[in-house]
Ligand binder design. Sequence first.
Ligand SMILES: Cc1cc2nc3c(=O)[nH]c(=O)nc-3n(C[C@H](O)[C@H](O)[C@H](O)COP(=O)(O)O)c2cc1C
Length: 211
Amino acid sequence: MTATAPKPPQHQPSGLDQRLLRRVMGEFSTGVTIVTYRDAEGECRGATMNSFTSVSMDPPLVLVSVARQARACAGLDGNPFTVNILSANQLAVALHFAGQPDPDLSVPWHEAADAPPRLLGSTAWLQCQPWQTYDGGDHVLVLGQVVRHDVRAIEPLTFHRGEFRRLGLKMFQMPRTVSFDGRPAVEWAASLHQLHGLAERGVGPDDCLDL
Ligand SMILES: Cc1cc2nc3c(=O)[nH]c(=O)nc-3n(C[C@H](O)[C@H](O)[C@H](O)COP(=O)(O)O)c2cc1C
C-alpha cells in the first residue's frame, strides 16, 4: 500500500469466473511499457506494464494501473517516473522487469541528474511528474503529468492473449478493394486481410474457416 493512494472500499466478491475474465481482458491488444523510476536508495528500477493509457492533452496526463503488491506501487508514490514504450527488439528487457530477472542482462539505462531514469532503445518515452493516484481495487491508478517526451519510428512490441507479438499488417496495405458503386468495401477488405493472414500461416482453402 502506498502512502497516498486511497484504500479500496469494502466490496462483495464478484462471483465472476476470473480465468474467463482474464481471457476476455486479453482480447484487448496493447503495446508494452516499462515504467522506470529511482527507489528510495536512488537505484534505477523498472516494472513492465501494459495498462498504460493516455488520459488528457491539456494538461498532458498519462495513466498506469499498478498492482498494490508490486514494488513499483510504493516506488511510484509521489515520485517522478518515465514510461518507456518498448520496441519489438526489447523482449528480453520486458521479461527482465516482469518478474523474470536475467542476471546476465545489461540494462541500457539513460541516467541524468535532473530526471528519472529511462531506457535506451525504446520506440518512445514520456517523462512524468506525479499528478494524482486513485483507488483501482487491487491496483492503484497512477496519473503522471508529461514534462518531456520523444519518439522514434521503430516497430513496437505488442501483447495479445497473454503473448508478446509483433505488429500485424496495416489494414490498408492490403489489395485495394472497391465495390461496384465505387465506394471502398471495408467488409471485403477485412475478409481479404484475414485470408492473407491464413495464407501466411499456411492454412489452405480446404481448411477455410468462418470469415
Ligand atoms: C506484458 C505484461 C504487462 C504487465 N502489466 C502490468 C501492469 O499494467 N501493472 C502491473 O502492476 N503489473 C503488470 N505486469 C506485471 C509486472 O511486470 C510484474 O509484477 C513485475 O514483477 C512488477 O515488478 P516490481 O514488483 O519490481 O514492481 C505486467 C507483466 C507483463 C508480462
